[in-house]
Design a protein around this ligand. Sequence first.
Ligand SMILES: [Zn+2]
Length: 61
Amino acid sequence: MAETPDTGGRPEHVAECTACGRVYPVRSDADGELRPIGTDGACVCGNETFAALGEAEETGE
Ligand SMILES: [Zn+2]
C-alpha cells in the first residue's frame, strides 16, 4: 500500500523480470507489452521482458 506509481495509472498486474526475477507492478501498454510502473519501462537490470504473475497484490518484498 506504500507504493505510489509515478508514471500514471494504477498497477493492474504483477510481473517478474525474466532475467533477474525482480517482481514489479505492471500495466499493459497500447501494444500489450508489460511495463513496470515506476521505471522507464525496463528492469533495473536492463531487461525489458516480463512474465505476468497474476493480479496485483502485496508481494511482501
Ligand atoms: Zn531484471
